[in-house]
Design a protein around this ligand. Structure first.
Ligand code: NAP
Length: 567
C-alpha cells in the first residue's frame, strides 16, 4: 500500500481481504440480493456489478440494506461503462455519481476503469478515494501486452488497488503477468490475472506472484470464460488462501486440459501429505510456448498429456530407459540442477493394478491398440515377463510395435478363437458419451478385462465383461496409479492412493450424464466439447437465480457429458 492510503483502505488491509472475490450480477437489485444472500456465507468478498442494473442509483437503497445486514461482507461496487466492456451507458461523470453514492451506501470498495479516470475532472478521483477504497482497473479483452506502460498510466492516478486484467492467448502470457505482479506488488496493492482458458494458471499463480485477490465464478455453470475456476475450486482444490511465495508449482500440460481431473487428484494428495505445493492445468497450444513457460515459472514437476507425450521427450535433458523405449513421457521432474528429466508412470498405472490381481510372469495378455497407452502397456508388461499379444485397427502399426517389443501380433479375426488371462483396451472407444466397444462379446475370452478408458467409470466394454462374469479393472485404477507414482517421484513420499481414488471417483460420479443426455451424446458419436466464447462479464443473476433453482447436478452433468476430461 503506498503512502496515501485512506482510512478505508487501511481498514481493508487490516482485516486482510480474502483471496477470492465472487462477482454477483443481476438485472434488478432483488436478483443481486438473492444471489448474494446465497453466497455470502462461503464468499464474504463479493463484487456487485451495478452496471447490469437498468438504474444503478435507484437500486442502491436495497443493496444498502444487504450491506447493513451483512457487516461481515466486503463488497466492491463496479459500474463499468459500456465503452470499456461493461453495460453502463452513462457518462464517466454519471459513473462517478453511482460510485460515490455506492460508497455512501456502505460499499467498502469501488472499481473504476482508467479510461473513466482520464475523463474525470482533476481531484474527483482523489475525492472518491477519500470516501471509499478505490480499485483503478484496466482490462484488455484481446491480449497481454504493454503491461508496464499500462501500469505507468494507472499509477499516475491515486488508488488503493491497481488492477490489470489481460487476455492470455498463449501460456507465456501468464509468465508476463506474473513477472509484472512480482515487480510491483512489494510497493503497490496489485490485482492481476489473465482471462481466457490459456490464463487458468494466472488465476492460481497470480496470488503467488503478488495479486492481493482473484476473481472467480460463484459455481460451476456460471463460468464466464473457458477455464474459469469457481470460488469453491480455488479454495478447496487449489487451497488459494495458503498459496505463498514458497508454494511449489506442479501442473498438467496438454491441449485441451481445462477439464482434467488431475488437479483435483494431485492437489488432494498434496493437501493430505501437507506438501506446500499447488498443481495447476497448463493449456499449451504449442510445445515452444510450453517450454518457454516451464523455463520461466519455477515448475517443479509436470504431468504430460495429449498431444505432447511423444514430442516432449526430445525437449528433455534425459529420460529413464523405459521412457526412451516407449518413446513417450507423462512425467517431468525439474532436478536441483534446473534440468528437466522424463519418466513414464503410465507403465506403473497399468502394471500395478494387474500385479495386485495376478502374477504377470507368463500371463497371456492381449492389448487392443497401438498408440501411446498401448506402448506403455506392451513394454511394461513385457518387462514383467508377460506373454503379450497386440491387435490394432491399423495392422501395420500394431505389427511394428509387436516387432519392436518382441510381442506377438494377432489378427482381429483370431481374437475370438483365443483365450487370455487379461485383455486391455488401449483405444479411446467407449470414452465420454461414445457407446462403442473395441471388442465384441464373443471376443472376450479372458479372466480379467482392463479398460484404460476411465470416463465413464463403466464403459460398454466393462458392462459386457461383467455380464460374462469376467473380473473387470476400470480405467480409474490406471489414472490413480500413474498419478500416485508421479506424486512419489516428485515428493519422495508414499502417495495417499485411497484418498486420490476417492476424489476422482466422486468427480466422475458428478460428471455422469443423465440417461437422456447419454442418449443424446451417444447418438452424436463421440462426446462433444463445448467451447464457450470468452467473455469477461458474468451473465446476469436473473438467469443465475433460475439456474440455481434447477437441480445443480443435472446442469453440470449436461456439460460434463459433452466434455471428456483429459489428464
Ligand atoms: P492414441 O495414442 O491416440 O492411440 C489410440 C489407439 O486407439 C490407436 O491404436 C488407434 O488405432 C486406436 N483407435 C482409435 N480409434 C479407434 C477406433 N475407432 N477403432 C479402433 N481403434 C481405434 O491414444 P492413447 O494415448 O494410447 O490413449 C488411448 C486411450 O487410453 C485414451 O483414449 C484413454 O481413454 C486411455 N488412457 C487412459 C489413461 C488412464 O489414466 N486411465 C491414461 C492414458 C490413456 P490406429 O493405430 O488404427 O489409429
Amino acid at each position: 500500500m503506498h503512502a496515501a492510503s485512506t482510512v478505508y483502505a487501511s481498514r481493508i488491509q487490516r482485516f486482510r481481504l480474502p483471496r477470492v472475490c465472487v462477482a454477483v450480477v443481476g438485472e434488478d437489485p432483488s436478483n443481486i440480493i438473492d444471489r448474494a444472500e446465497s453466497l455470502v456465507r462461503d464468499n464474504p468478498f463479493m463484487e456487485f456489478r451495478l452496471d447490469y442494473l437498468s438504474n444503478p442509483v435507484a437500486g442502491l437503497p436495497k443493496l444498502k440494506h444487504f450491506l447493513d445486514l451483512h457487516p461481515e461482507a466486503t463488497v466492491i461496487a463496479t459500474c463499468r461503462r459500456a465503452v470499456n466492456g461493461g453495460k453502463f451507458k452513462g457518462s464517466a461523470a454519471a459513473q462517478l455519481e453511482v460510485l460515490t453514492k455506492a460508497a455512501a451506501a456502505g460499499f467498502q470498495l469501488v472499481d473504476i476503469e482508467i479510461q473513466s479516470a482520464e475523463i474525470l475532472k482533476s481531484g474527483e478521483l482523489a475525492t472518491l478515494k477519500d470516501r471509499v477504497g478505490v480499485i483503478l482497473s484496466f482490462h484488455d479483452f484481446k491480449a497481454t501486452k504493454r503491461l508496464e506502460e499500462t501500469f505507468a498510466d494507472l499509477k499516475a492516478y491515486p488508488a488503493d488497488f491497481y488492477k490489470v486484467v489481460s487476455t492470455a492467448t498463449m501460456l507465456h502470457d501468464n509468465v508476463q503477468m506474473m513477472k509484472f505482479l512480482q515487480a510491483h506488488s512489494a510497493q503497490y496493492e496489485m490485482v492481476g490475472l489473465c482471462m481466457g482458458e490459456q490464463g487458468i494458471i494466472s488465476r492460481v499463480l497470480g496470488v503467488r506472484a503478488g495479486s492481493i485477490f482473484i476473481f472467480a465464478a460463484a459455481t460451476r455453470g456460471e463460468e464466464t470464460a473457458p477455464g474459469q475456476v469457481t470460488a469453491g475450486e480455488l479454495r478447496d482444490t487449489y487451497r488459494i488462501e495458503m498459496v505463498d511465495a514458497a508454494t511449489q508449482v506442479y501442473g498438467v500440460v496438454g491441449d485441451p486440459v481445462g477439464h482434467s481431473l488431475s488437479p483435483i487428484m494431485m492437489n488432494t494428495a498434496f493437501r493430505r501429505e501437507t506438501v506446500n505445493a499447488v498443481y495447476v492445468a497448463l493449456h499449451a497450444k504449442t510445445l515452444k510456448d510450453l517450454m518457454s513457460c516451464v523455463h520461466e515459472i519455477p515448475i517443479r514437476g509436470l504431468s504430460v498429456t495429449i498431444p505432447y507425450k511423444q514430442e516432449i521427450v526430445e525437449a528433455l535433458s534425459n529420460s529413464d530407459p523405459l521412457t526412451k523405449q516407449i518413446g513417450a513421457c507423462n512425467t517431468i521432474v525439474r532436478a536441483q540442477d534446473g534440468k528437466l528429466y522424463g519418466f513414464n508412470t503410465d507403465v506403473a498405472g497399468i502394471v500395478v493394478p494387474l500385479e495386485q490381481r495376478l502374477a504377470l510372469s507368463g500371463a497371456k495378455i492381449l492389448i487392443v491398440g497401438a498408440g501411446g497407452a498401448a506402448r506403455a502397456a506392451v513394454f511394461g508388461l513385457k518387462s514383467k515377463g508377460a506373454e503379450v499379444f497386440i491387435t490394432n485397427r491399423t495392422a501395420e502399426k500394431g505389427q511394428a510395435l509387436a516387432r519392436q517389443a518382441k510381442a506377438k501380433y494377432l489378427k482381429r479375426a483370431d481374437v475370438a478363437k483365443s483365450t487370455f488371462d487379461v485383455i486391455i483396451n488401449a483405444t479411446p472407444l467407449g470414452m465420454g458419451g461414445n457407446k462403442q466397444s473395441p471388442l465384441e462379446e464373443k471376443e472376450l475370452n479372458t479372466k480379467f478385462l482392463f479398460d484404460l478408458v476411465y470416463v465413464p467409470a463403466e464403459t460398454k466394454l466393462l458392462k459386457m465383461a461383467k455380464a460374462k462374469n469376467i473380473q473387470i479393472i476400470p480405467g480409474l485404477e490406471m489414472f490413480v496409479q500413474q498419478g500416485a507414482r508421479q506424486f512419489e517421484i516428485w515428493t519422495g513420499k508414499p502417495a495417499p492412493v485411497a484418498e486420490m481414488a476417492f476424489v476422482v471417483s466422486k468427480a466422475l460420479e458428478r460428471m455422469a450424464p443423465h440417461p437422456e443426455e447419454q442418449n443424446e451424446a451417444s447418438s452424436n458419436g463421440v462426446a462433444k466439447r463445448t467451447a464457450k466464447p470468452e467473455a469477461e462479464a458474468p451473465k446476469p443473476a436473473k438467469s443465475a437465480v433460475k439456474k440455481k433453482a434447477k437441480p445443480a447436478p443435472a446442469k453440470s452433468a449436461k456439460k460434463a457429458a459433452k466434455k471428456a476430461p483429459k489428464r
